[in-house]
Design a protein around this ligand. Structure first.
Ligand SMILES: [Zn+2]
Length: 405
């Protein structure tokens, strides 16, 4: 067993998990408060804290003097004692980043994906970039304890296999096996919407609830469902494929072959298609000027930028997208009634245009008054990367049921 694997094994004790998370969540806390919070004896807390300090996971602050007497020593997470890799696999690019134990990014790089590619090309792309980044991390590379990967499509998270990655046109990529063999550290893979949901639960808006649904609205639409603090995967790992729930049987054809799927009406791709349709019908819009008459350059970001400049077509298109997202959200509320729904992904950037329409539809179409809070992701552009770090960090900090070794 490697020393890193050993350090994970050592953490597999409920009391250690309680103490470690008490320090992590509070930021800085004296031993006496940990004992109160965890209901452990002072002696147990002292023993565990000593162990955590010797493993360099926890740091002590120097005591100061206050008017009320001696200040207690505070304990904090030694955030630079370990690092994790996070990888976010997009449609045309892969983002690689290294973060500390507080999920703070210390290195971030991007690689382009050149289509078409096969499984071997894809794995070679991951491996060669990781090798370079490990090398460039110098002496600290031995402190990297795991690799978390956010991947679109259907992922078998237990075996670490990307079962179906539609935009890369790839199937059954054995990512975990290949990367663990190459780098000798644990590798975790999860669908990108589920990864985002986990990131929100740990570091974003989801920290105070036990159930939430996180929508990832970009080129497609996926959802991560967290029930009782656990990601829900379903029988065949396809839970959360809300983008392919049908909301208009007479709607446009979806990439899956069906008609009127949620994502064929409310995704970034649908937004672009609607813009192109209106322009082809002769609608005047700032979009035409801003894309320099290259209509293929119109995307969600450009539509948002034109909406900010007051372009009426762009504003209308975003409001319409908001109404469709609202319908998808009403379906989630009726089906699961979660306390919190978080909207992430590129489309969420246009929140000032989509949120009012979303709230209107929820008010109009919910069958009962509900208290579900609907908000935009707190993690922003780096949401999927932060989620990818969390795949590893959540096991490190919650290792009672962990298989991370
Ligand atoms: Zn579909």
């Amino acid at each position: 067993m490697s020393s890193v694997a050993g350090s994970f094994k050592l953490m597999k004790s409920l009391n250690r998990t309680l103490v470690l998370n008490s320090i992590r969540i509070n930021g800085a806390i004296p031993r006496s408060e940990i004992a109160k919070e965890t209901k452990l004896t002072a002696a147990t807390v002292t023993n565990i804290v000593n162990e955590l300090i010797s493993e360099e996971l926890v740091l002590e602050t120097k005591p100061g003097i206050s008017s009320g007497g001696r200040k207690p020593i505070l304990l904090t997470i030694n955030s630079k004692s370990r690092y994790v890799f996070g990888i976010d696999v997009g449609v045309n690019k892969i983002r690689f980043a290294i973060a500390d134990l507080e999920a703070k990014i210390v290195v971030k790089e991007t690689e382009k994906i050149f289509h078409p590619l096969n499984n071997e090309d894809f794995l070679e792309l991951l491996t060669s970039k990781l090798q370079i980044m490990f090398k460039n991390f110098g002496e600290k590379k031995s402190k990297i304890v795991g690799i978390g990967i956010a991947m679109h499509g259907i992922v078998d998270n237990k075996n670490g296999v990307a079962l179906l990655a539609p935009t890369l046109k790839l199937k059954n990529i054995p990512i975990k096996t290949v990367l663990e063999k190459e780098f000798g550290i644990p590798v975790r893979i999860e669908n990108d919407a589920k990864t985002l949901a986990l990131g929100e639960e740990w570091y974003g808006h989801g920290q105070s609830v036990k159930d939430l649904v996180c929508l990832n609205i970009g080129e497609g639409i996926g959802a991560g469902i967290i029930l009782n603090h656990k990601l829900f995967h379903g029988n065949d790992n396809s839970a959360g494929e809300i983008g392919h729930t049908i909301i208009d049987i007479n709607g446009p054809k979806c990439s899956c072959g069906n008609y009127g799927c949620f994502q064929s009406l409310a995704s970034g791709h649908a937004l672009k298609e609607s813009a192109l349709r209106e322009i082809s019908l002769g609608r005047t819009t700032l979009l035409r000027e801003k894309c320099h008459d290259k209509l293929e350059n119109i995307d969600g970001l450009l539509i948002y930028q034109c909406a900010l400049k007051g372009d009426s077509l762009s504003v209308e298109l975003l409001q319409k997208t908001g109404r469709y997202i609202g319908i998808g959200i009403v379906n989630i509320i009726h089906f699961l009634n979660p306390p919190l729904i978080i909207i992430g992904g590129g489309v969420s950037r246009a929140k000032e245009f989509i949120l009012p329409s979303i709230y209107e539809v929820i008010d109009a179409k919910s069958i009962t008054p509900n208290n579900t809070q609907v908000v935009v992701s707190k993690l922003g552009e780096d949401g999927s990367l932060i989620g990818a770090f969390t795949l590893v960090l959540s096991e490190l900090f919650n290792s009672i049921n962990s298989s991370l070794s």
